[in-house]
Ligand binder design. Structure first.
Ligand code: B12
Length: 263
């Protein structure tokens, strides 16, 4: 039975203790901080003091949550399995723990009809103090001329070994003066290192070296690397090889395996 939570501290504490044990990190921020840096087309349409929370997945999410999710056979292979797992976990968690709150949930992979992402994950991570967002526009006299270079966030403990998964907006909750903005740790300081980082992310992102721009305390396991290095179209075959998928997920199984819920 969920206990209604009403204060920002309760909410953030509940999110941190529960989602933390599944391999997520949780960072609160105020809508005003995000809107202060983005152009109006990307603004979050909520009053400026509204509590928002950005959720990151750390390397251990794969073993703590994703593999058990696959074993629970909730995965239907219609959507990306990781997206499905994160979506299921977060939406279920919010409805069970905060039934009295109106929470708008957005996921990193959601794109609006106008082709814009529902939220700017990197900006949210930066303003919340989670991971510094390094952008070409911050580099004086950049060496690439007018070429469009995508920016990248670096986490002080995980380097690039993480993903930004979701944004929660607690529509009726004001964060108030108890929440003060802390800048994210700036761990790539020199111009040369920032150029190196952006070149790794833009020109060689497939080799994942951008993730090791600083020494990370935690990295993806060999199994997780194998999963993400497998092209999406071949992941179903990989999961089958690992023994996670049975024919039930393709809708072809007999009833005796349905309902085995070990999640
Ligand atoms: C569309 C998209 C792509 C597109 C285009 C990339 C892009 N950046 O536009 C493509 C397909 C190319 C792509 C590729 C990749 N992507 Co991508 N992608 C996205 C996605 C869905 C949206 C990005 C977007 O459209 N941004 C819109 C532009 C306009 O935003 P912007 O450039 O940041 O501009 C804003 C800021 O500059 C801000 N701003 C202005 N001033 C200031 C000042 C400050 C201080 C701050 C904080 C902000 C700020 O205002 C601007 C808007 O007004 C995000 C997830 C998400 N929901 O955000 C992932 C994301 C950026 N991708 C990610 C990754 C990892 C990748 C890949 C490595 C592939 C992969 N998934 O493994 C490659 C690498 C890039 C490459 N070399 O190709 C990660 C990055 C993680 C990180 N550490 O930063 C994200 C965050 C996904 C995630 N779940 O973690 N991607």
């Amino acid at each position: 039975m969920a206990i209604p939570c009403h204060t920002m501290e309760d909410i953030v504490g509940t999110l941190r203790s529960s989602l933390g044990s599944l391999g997520f990190e949780v960072y609160p921020f105020k809508v005003a901080w995000y809107n202060a840096v983005t152009s109006s087309a990307f603004h979050l349409r909520h009053p400026e003091d509204t509590l928002a929370v950005v959720i990151l997945s750390t390397p251990s999410m794969f073993e703590r949550l994703f593999l058990p999710f696959l074993r629970s056979r909730r995965c239907d292979l219609v959507k990306d399995p990781i997206d499905q797992c994160v979506t299921h976990t977060i939406t279920t968690f919010i409805s069970q723990h905060f039934p009295d709150q109106s929470v708008e949930i957005s996921f990193d992979y959601e794109i609006l009809p106008n082709r814009r992402p529902k939220f700017l994950a990197q900006t949210a991570a930066h303003v919340a103090g989670a991971a510094y967002y390094y952008k070409a526009s911050d580099i004086p006299n950049p060496p690439w001329g007018d070429k469009k270079m995508f920016g990248v966030c670096v986490h002080p403990r995980l380097g690039g070994w993480f993903a930004i998964r979701a944004l929660l907006v607690f529509r009726d909750l004001e964060a108030g003066p108890g929440l003060q903005q802390t800048p994210p740790p700036n761990c790539v300081t020199s111009r040369e290192d920032r150029i190196d980082l952006l070149e790794r992310f833009n020109f060689h992102w497939q080799d994942w070296n951008y993730r090791d721009i600083i020494t990370a305390e935690e990295r993806y396991s060999p199994q997780q690397k194998e999963y993400f290095l497998t092209p999406p179209a071949q992941r179903e075959a990989l999961l089958q090889k690992w023994g996670f998928l049975t024919e039930v997920q393709n809708g072809r199984e007999t009833e005796d395996t349905i309902g085995d819920d070990s999640h």
